[in-house]
Design a protein around this ligand. Sequence first.
Ligand code: ATP
Ligand code: MG
Length: 384
Amino acid sequence: MLKMGEMVLKGLNRARFEQRLLAVIKKRLAPIGAFTVESMQSAVYVTPEGDVSEGVMDAALAAMRRVFGLAAVTAAYKTLADMDAMLDAALRLDALKNAKTFKAEARRAVKTFPLTSPQICAKLGEMILDKLPHLSVDVHNPDVTVWVEIREGFAYVHPSSLPGAGGLPSGMGGKAALLLSGGIDSPVAGWRMARRGLELTGVHFESYPFTSPQALEKVFTLAGLLAKWHGEFALFAVPFTEIQKRMRAECPEDYFTILMRRSMYRVTGQIAARHGLSAVVTGESLGQVASQTLESMAVTGQACALPVLRPLVGMDKEEIVTLAREIGTFETSILPYEDCCTVFTPRHPKTKPRLEPVLDAERRGTWKELEQQAAQAAERRVFL
Ligand code: ATP
Ligand code: MG
């Protein structure tokens, strides 16, 4: 049983959001098994076709917890609307097996059932206690709540819902490029925007042989982890080394990071134009490093014709790390392989760059002519 999230607040557009959500759900379930998927009011019911093993239901539940647009997710038993059948189902709930205290909650969608909701709770509680005497009832703070929902001719029995991934269904917010490094921040930034319904295409700048093949593998691993939430995720790996070498030969070291960022934006702009992407997402957070001051962001952002979205701009590092752990990217992000920026980082980067000298360096420099080539040479990989 899946509960739709904030999309239920949409007016006339709601049907489009719902259609998209159902399509995503079906796509995610396809590799797991055969299920029917139906929506009713603000819920979606996913029912296995025929008998399934517990492993299949666990896999389906785990997959559904990664679908953006869902507020809550739970696995329910569908039984006859009959006290004995509901008891049987309740006794099968894993959550109840490991609990010390519980309470029962009941809801009736049809009022034809002979008992009222409070009577159902009392009766079911009693029956459970009878079968599992090690449990006790705690109505205020139970380890487990056993829910029964009575419908026309049948009932659902389930534990409390788990939180869903939240946000809006994938793809409803448009398409954007995600500047994906191998660090902690950019995968989290991508996750946050994907959760708002953005369909992302990754762009990674690699500096082989200044960076190792493992550095690129790490980015591919991160792309695969993001795909688990986002759904199919394409990533362009752009060969950036020649551009960086030119810059290093032709311009002052303290402007290096800024020039590199601007170049990344221009190359990304070309990829975006070719693939219909209408914004760029980065993992920048205000004040985190020299290139992420307001002045630096203004000077780098000026090179980008598309809106630059920085979902982490107001977050502390600790908050970002917590989120990285929750979404499962942290352990990969902290692997020690350097990305291109670390290799070319100046000793004294400018924290308050001015635009004029930057434009001046770009007028004198010759790397701009390499940018189109780099965009074209980018290699596309798809992660599922
Ligand atoms: P991250 O943890 O995402 O690497 P960071 O704290 O290391 O971020 P920077 O190195 O200043 O910060 O990078 C800022 C942003 O620029 C990154 O979040 C990412 O969006 C983008 N970026 C940096 N390096 C690359 C790269 N090699 N390829 C693609 N994007 C990059
Ligand atoms: Mg980085």
